[in-house]
Design a protein around this ligand. Sequence first.
Ligand SMILES: *[C@@H]1O[C@H](CO)[C@@H](O)[C@H](O)[C@H]1NC(C)=O
Ligand SMILES: *[C@@H]1O[C@H](CO)[C@@H](O)[C@H](O)[C@H]1NC(C)=O
Ligand SMILES: *[C@@H]1O[C@H](CO)[C@@H](O)[C@H](O)[C@H]1NC(C)=O
Length: 229
Amino acid sequence: MMPRAGDQGVARERWLGTGILGLFLLPVSLSLEVSVGKATDLYAVNGTEILLPCTFSSCFGFHDLGFWWSYNSSDTFKILISGTVKTEKADPKVHLKIDDRISLEGSTKEKMNNLSILLKDLDFSDTGKYTCHVKNPKEKDLQHQATVFLHVVDKLEEVDNTVTLIILAVVGGVIGLLIFILLVKKLITFILKKTQEQKKECLVSSSGNDNTENGLPGSKAEEKPPTKV
Ligand SMILES: *[C@@H]1O[C@H](CO)[C@@H](O)[C@H](O)[C@H]1NC(C)=O
Ligand SMILES: *[C@@H]1O[C@H](CO)[C@@H](O)[C@H](O)[C@H]1NC(C)=O
Ligand SMILES: *[C@@H]1O[C@H](CO)[C@@H](O)[C@H](O)[C@H]1NC(C)=O
């Protein structure tokens, strides 16, 4: 069946639509992005220290980039540290810092774009939401942020892996059993085939009526009607 011209037109329009949509989405997905890593919750023991990670990426590059970390719990909101990064070849400059227990650890040189902070001498009252904000004047002051929740605890819970281990063992066992069954099946089929082949060979050699050996070469091909072009 020939596709009608109309169908092709619709298909092309649809394709064109997707292409144009992609063009619109492109600048958005490539613009400033801020990340605090994969974990949304961090746990730390009181009295110890923790690194709150923050990295950003910007395909347009930046200068005079603004950044700040904010803290938010049920009853408090405060800016912990803020500063700027002059160019892509400079390290961040801190303008404000409310606590000596906080230090900026990251570097913005060599495309590291790292604005992580270290929190020292943790207290239970440090529990809360920590948000890393980045603002890029080069991108119409687009502001982006990422948040991590810090829990300060008196001791870290041992991660109980028993259930996971049991599940893994069961899954592994089932897979092992399946492979075993498949292997046994293959082996049985193989043996059956071998015995059948042996029988066949016996038949062939005893009858001596094989086409390829006794018939005229090429006679078989001529039986087929010539194929039309
Ligand atoms: C953490 O808090 C517990 C309970 O208040 C306390 O006993 C312990 O000494 C603290 N640990 C540190 C390292 O400050
Ligand atoms: C702080 O967090 C609370 C609870 O999640 C939220 O309702 C509030 O808007 C936040 N405040 C700021 C200034 O982000
Ligand atoms: C950011 O910098 C800190 C301190 O140098 C480092 O520990 C951390 O691994 C860096 N993070 C990334 C994603 O490079």
